[in-house]
Design a protein around this ligand. Structure first.
Ligand SMILES: C[S@@+](CC[C@H](N)C(=O)[O-])C[C@H]1O[C@@H](n2cnc3c(N)ncnc32)[C@H](O)[C@@H]1O
Length: 153
C-alpha cells in the first residue's frame, strides 16, 4: 500500500522514569518533555505527586501512565516501538552518534541507583550523554529529548 502521508507522521515518543525519588525532578522533566513534543509520560513503581515545578500541569495535557512494575510496563509497549534506556553503561551508545527511532520510549533510572541490570538488559538499546559523572535525571532526560528534536526535526 502506498503511503498517503509524510513519513514524519509515523513518529511519536514517550519518556518516563523507573522509581524516581524527587518530585521536583519529575515536574521539571514533564515540563520540558511536553514543551519539546512528548506524546506521553510515565512512571514505573512510583505515584505522581502534584509538583510546583510542573507549572503547566502536563498530566492534564498528555497522558501520564503509572505502572506498578517494570514487567507490566514492558508488556504494554506499543507495537513497533523501541524501548531506549538512558543510562551510563559500557554497552551504551554515545548520544553524539545515536540515530533516534521514529517511535521510541525513553526510560530513565532513579536518582540513587539508576536502572537495574535486569532492566538495562531488556531495553532494545542504551544511550548515554557525555561526562564522567552522572547528571541530574531531569537534565539527562531533557538533553535526550532536545537531541531527538534536533536530529528528527
Ligand atoms: C543521578 S542518575 C543515577 C546515578 C546512580 N547513582 C548511578 O550511579 O547509577 C539518574 C538517572 O539519570 C540518567 N543519567 C544521568 N546521567 C546520565 C548520562 N551521562 N548518560 C545517560 N543517562 C544519565 C540515568 O537515567 C540515571 O539512571
Amino acid at each position: 500500500m502506498r503511503r498517503k502521508w509524510p513519513i514524519s507522521e509515523e513518529r511519536y515518543f514517550g519518556i518516563g522514569v523507573f522509581r524516581p525519588k524527587t518530585a521536583e525532578n519529575i515536574g521539571s522533566l514533564w515540563r520540558t518533555a511536553y514543551v519539546l513534543g512528548a506524546d506521553y509520560i510515565f512512571l514505573i513503581d512510583a505515584k505522581y505527586k502534584k509538583q510546583s515545578s510542573d507549572v503547566l500541569k502536563v498530566w492534564s495535557k498528555i497522558p501520564l501512565f503509572q505502572f506498578d512494575s517494570f514487567d507490566s510496563f514492558r508488556s504494554s509497549l506499543p507495537y513497533s516501538c523501541r524501548l531506549v534506556g538512558i543510562e551510563q553503561d559500557k554497552t551504551s551508545i554515545s548520544i553524539k552518534e545515536y540515530e533516534h527511532h521514529c517511535r521510541a520510549i525513553y526510560l530513565l533510572g532513579s536518582e540513587d541507583n539508576g536502572l537495574p541490570k535486569e532492566i538495562k538488559e531488556q531495553c532494545h538499546e542504551l544511550i548515554e550523554l557525555p561526562g564522567d559523572s552522572s547528571l541530574n535525571v531531569a537534565v539527562a532526560g531533557s538533553l535526550v529529548v532536545f537531541d531527538r528534536v534536533n536530529k528528527l526535526g
